[in-house]
Design a protein around this ligand. Structure first.
Ligand code: G3I
Length: 346
């Protein structure tokens, strides 16, 4: 039968998967137990789920994942303490319930900086204190770099500058202790301009003594993009700063961006496309192995092709009908050519 993925890579890095709590039973759970030694929540640890109302934390769903991981000896990645998306509105409302970001009144923003930083501190402190003995790696901030250049103009940034990042890392370190591995996570980290913006930000923060341990490279990639060279350069760049690298949300889409046109059903996808995907996975994992002293974890953003956020994108751009197939297991939980490619490196 098919060798276990995590055992195959045990000398290099841990192998993870992103899950919803509903995937902790049945066939998905069996896959998790067999092939993965690390786990991350696809959604339930994000701010909107964990603290939907100020001071009202909801750990129920997150706890299920933590419990499953502990029972099965898996490492846990926490995703994500602070993000601009899936964040409840109350974070950015002032004491009177007014929006902190008022384009016509810049003073209103600055006035609320302290309040927002206090909320960041409380959010991070509460979560990290609860899970510090269980979680190994933390996505402290997610997607703070803008694709067009510089820092993302999120409400966090508009109100606090980069202080929200500083406070989030410092608080995570204070309550997580020295064992907590703290990451700054982003997508398109292979793209030179974005990579360099991220690099400059990190250098700046490290010089201020901000405790950053590593970079999370989401790696939502495609069959022909980005190049292996771009991936390698990015990992080396951050490793040279003394940082760890993790591949945090890997999937290999069959499509470009936007994903149009897309195959309508799984059955329509030609065998040669799966072959091309296998070659892509083969080359990628060879590279990860070559760089394995600089990469501590590789996490897929899902388990099998029956559940992937990319389907939502394929549908959205193709009048509601489209199917992607980014993983190494098919919708029937069977291995794909891509699986054998990363097991064997033929
Ligand atoms: O839970 C509600 C449900 O109650 C409602 O009926 C349904 C109707 O749309 O929506 C459900 O919420 C959805 C949620 O996933 C849970 O399934 C949201 O609409 C949907 O937008 C959300 O998408 C998630 C997305 O982040 C949000 O931006 C994806 O599952 C998740 O895979 C994706 O993950 C992100 C990473 O966190 C960061 N990097 C990029 C990655 C892919 O976008």
């Amino acid at each position: 039968s098919a060798p276990q993925l995590d055992v195959r890579y045990q000398d290099s890095f841990t192998i993870g998967a992103a899950v919803e709590p509903s995937q902790l039973e049945g066939k998905d759970a069996a896959m998790l137990k067999r092939h993965y030694n690390s786990i991350v929540a696809e959604n339930v640890m994000k701010p909107i789920n964990i603290q939907p109302e100020e001071g009202k934390f909801n750990f129920k769903e997150a706890d299920k994942i933590v419990k499953f991981a502990k029972e099965n000896n898996m490492d846990i990645r926490f995703h994500a303490l602070i993000w601009h998306s899936q964040v409840p509105e109350w974070f950015f409302l002032d004491k009177d319930g007014k929006k902190m970001v008022d384009e016509k009144n810049p003073v209103q923003r600055m006035k609320n900086k302290k309040l927002l930083l206090k909320r960041v501190e409380n959010h991070v402190k509460t979560i990290v204190s609860r899970y510090k003995d269980d979680v190994k790696s933390w996505d402290v901030v997610n997607e703070v770099i803008d694709d067009g250049g510089g820092l993302r103009q999120s409400d966090w940034f508009k109100i606090t500058g980069t202080d929200f990042i500083k406070v989030a890392f410092e608080t995570a370190h204070k309550y997580g202790g020295n064992d907590a591995m703290l990451y700054i996570n982003d997508y398109n980290t292979e793209v030179e301009t974005k990579r360099d913006d991220l690099y400059n930000l990190i250098v700046d923060l490290l010089e201020q003594g901000v405790p950053i341990d590593g970079v999370g490279h989401q790696s939502h990639i495609q069959l022909g993009w980005p190049t292996l060279q771009q991936t390698e350069d990015s990992i080396n760049l951050f490793a040279d700063l003394g940082l760890d690298n993790q591949i945090t949300e890997l999937d290999v889409s069959l499509y470009g961006w936007p994903p149009k046109p897309a195959y309508k059903t799984y059955g329509e996808i030609p065998a040669e496309v799966f072959k091309a995907q296998a070659e892509r996975y083969d080359a990628l994992f060879k590279l990860y192995e070559k760089l394995d002293d600089k990469i501590s974890n590789v996490t897929f953003w899902g388990i099998t092709d029956n559940h992937t956020w990319l389907d939502d994108r394929a549908e959205e751009y193709n009048d509601g009908v489209g199917k992607d197939a980014p993983f190494v297991f098919d919708p029937n939980y069977k291995v794909k050519p891509a699986y054998w490619a990363i097991i064997d490196h033929k």
